[in-house]
Ligand binder design. Structure first.
Ligand code: ARG
Length: 576
């Protein structure tokens, strides 16, 4: 059910009867409950065209619009707003339908093919907190898009190629004389650091590293085997993080930079042929006038280095060709930190000029801010090093375990372990997802693990509350007779919210903003808590009819929380 879409269509019909066609039909959520739930704000804009007072137009629309079934009251307010107060009987019927629908009333969207490029760590190093954000946000977006019926192609654009591999392979080759690869590469951060020290200080090592690069690019078999070994182990490190994080990425989703190697020469040839790339000091560059500076100097976008080497930009252009040309992606979403915004802007301009994308195919860079420590600086370990994701996630589970153990005593050891994992991982993910992704945010264990406020534990707890009501009632949701009816304000508020789920996931699908879904679920959980306080369910003396209706409403709350959290990649539990 999409109340907004329904109101738009009914108001459109009314406007047509008034003789107005193709005018915008602005329907918005009301700012305050006394203005009803929705507001039609179109009368003011029509005043000129119809040469009438906005309030008179609004009155006419009220008399024409067919909302008898949906609204209990329509009123003209202020300069000509039309306030829509939704009808309890209609709301109850819609909730009933949602409750018995496996999709809780959410219709699918028109199917698009959507490539989502996310996670995409550099395999030369350990995954760091920057990759936490893209991985979590990307996975939530993917799940929402799939839920809405889209064909989603996950692409993990791993950084598995480039000159730094020369240094790493030279170092690995030496290491393998005395140890096995798994041991040598057990800590990629240390390994990288050691290789870099040798590169900077050791006689002859830098030259060997450069030779390795040339050999690797030339397809030397021994070199490639060594590279493959490195990549495989590094991918295993990422998989460990994915598994702990409970994200849906698999090996099949990997489409790393190296996958485009064979197409890079084509990309350059095509850019040259069309006169888009030109030679500049031996390199191939594109001058981008659209992004000129104040003095009118175009932005310089290098696509091939003077020695013939390719760059990050070349690979991303090849990726556009592949995604738009071969995969026929209607939309391509790329999730990286905001510092790469310019790169993607430039890449899109060049890709479009070269005709690698059809005009209607979109290229959407979805940037996010940084994760900060409590000092407001980029998140680091106490000694200033990068925080390993695996360790961060283990700490989350441990902290959650301690908190839960303090709160409850009736969980077995196994149950406690399971709850700790779901709550700990859920808390880390939710803390990230619930912030508007474009801003920086401060990572704080205490707030994210709190059972109060907009947190995963609060939502998970709200879900368990409903489960425990059903346990106590001895009734299963499936046995309820199905006759919802509302009398109290809190029931009304909760019902309206529950019926807005489709609107909310629609926004997430359009804007790749999971925080909108988080805010919504928090509102649902809070409205449920108020409802539960004001509207007793299992108390003695409550009529069966009323009790059943309230149980049904609670069941719909649980379904909505469960579905919403699942889309965010967060697990629910029956007890905690
Ligand atoms: N590997 C890059 C990084 O760690 C992110 C890649 C994003 N995707 C892309 N198509 N460039 O920053």
């Amino acid at each position: 059910m999409n109340i907004h879409a329904l109101l738009v269509s009914r108001f459109t019909e009314a406007l047509e009867e008034l003789g107005v066609e193709n005018a915008p039909v602005p329907v918005a959520k009301s700012a305050r409950p006394e203005f009803g739930e929705y507001q039609f704000n179109g009368a003011m804009a029509l005043a000129k065209q119809l040469k009438q007072k906005p309030r008179d137009i609004a009155e006419k629309i009220v008399s024409l619009v067919k909302l008898n079934d949906v609204a209990s009251k329509l009123e003209v307010a202020g300069p000509g707003f039309i306030n829509v107060h939704l009808n309890d009987t209609w709301l109850a019927n819609q909730c009933e339908l949602a409750l018995h629908d496996p999709r809780i009333g959410v219709a699918k969207e028109k199917t698009n093919t959507i490539v989502v490029d996310y996670s995409s760590p550099n395999l030369a190093k350990e995954m760091h907190v920057g990759h936490l954000r893209t991985t979590i946000i990307g996975d939530a977006v993917v799940k929402v898009l799939e839920f809405l019926g889209h064909k989603v192609i996950r692409q993990n654009h791993m950084g598995d190629w480039g000159t730094q591999f020369g240094m790493l392979l030279a170092h690995l080759s030496d290491k393998l004389e005395s140890e096995v690869a798994e041991t040598a590469l057990s800590d990629l951060e240390d390994f990288y650091r050691a290789a870099k020290v040798r590169f900077d200080n050791e006689e002859g090592f830098a030259d060997r590293a450069r030779e390795y690069v040339v050999k690797l690019q030339g397809g030397d078999t021994r070199c490639l085997a060594l590279w493959q070994l490195f990549i495989d182990i590094s991918i295993k490190h990422s998989e460990e993080v994915y598994q702990k994080l409970n994200v849906s990425l698999t090996r099949d989703d990997i489409m790393g930079e190296s996958a485009y190697n064979d197409d890079l020469a084509n990309v350059i040839a095509q850019l040259k042929e069309q006169g888009i790339a030109v030679e500049d000091q031996g390199a191939q560059v594109v001058f981008i006038d659209e992004l000129a500076d104040k003095e009118g100097n175009p932005a310089v976008y290098i696509v091939q280095k003077s020695g013939g080497g390719y760059l990050y930009s070349t690979t991303d252009l090849a990726a556009i060709r592949y995604r738009s040309g071969k995969l026929n992606a209607d939309r391509t979403l790329i999730l990286t930190d905001a510092r790469q915004a310019l790169h993607f802007k430039q890449t899109e301009i060049v890709g479009r000029k070269a005709g690698f994308m059809k005009p209607e195919q979109t290229y959407e860079h979805c940037p996010f801010g940084m994760m900060l420590g409590s000092d407001g600086k980029p998140f680091k370990t106490r000694t200033g090093g990068t925080v390993k994701l695996v360790e961060l996630l283990d700490e989350a589970v441990e902290r959650a375990g301690n908190l839960i153990a303090e709160r409850t005593s009736d969980l077995s050891t196994d149950e406690l372990k399971d709850v700790a994992r779901k709550v700990g991982i859920g808390a880390v993910k939710y803390a990230d997802l619930s912030k508007n992704r474009t801003t920086d945010y401060v990572f704080n264990w205490d707030t994210m693990l709190s059972f109060e406020g907009n947190t995963a534990p609060y939502l998970q707890y709200a879900f368990t509350r409903v489960q425990s009501i059903f346990r106590k009632s001895g009734i299963s949701p499936a046995d309820l007779p199905g006759a919802m009816a509302f009398t109290e304000k809190q029931e009304h508020v909760l019902a309206v919210l529950l019926l807005q789920f489709e609107e909310v996931v629609g926004v997430v699908s359009r804007d790749a903003t999971p925080h909108v879904l988080c805010t919504y679920l928090y509102d649902v959980a809070s409205a449920f808590m108020s409802f539960y306080e004001a509207c007793p369910i299992l108390k003695d003396g409550i009529e069966d009819k009323v009790r059943n209706s309230r149980l049904e409403l609670a069941a719909l709350v649980a379904k909505t929380l469960e579905q919403g959290l699942a889309l965010l990649g967060i697990e629910t539990l029956d007890k905690m």
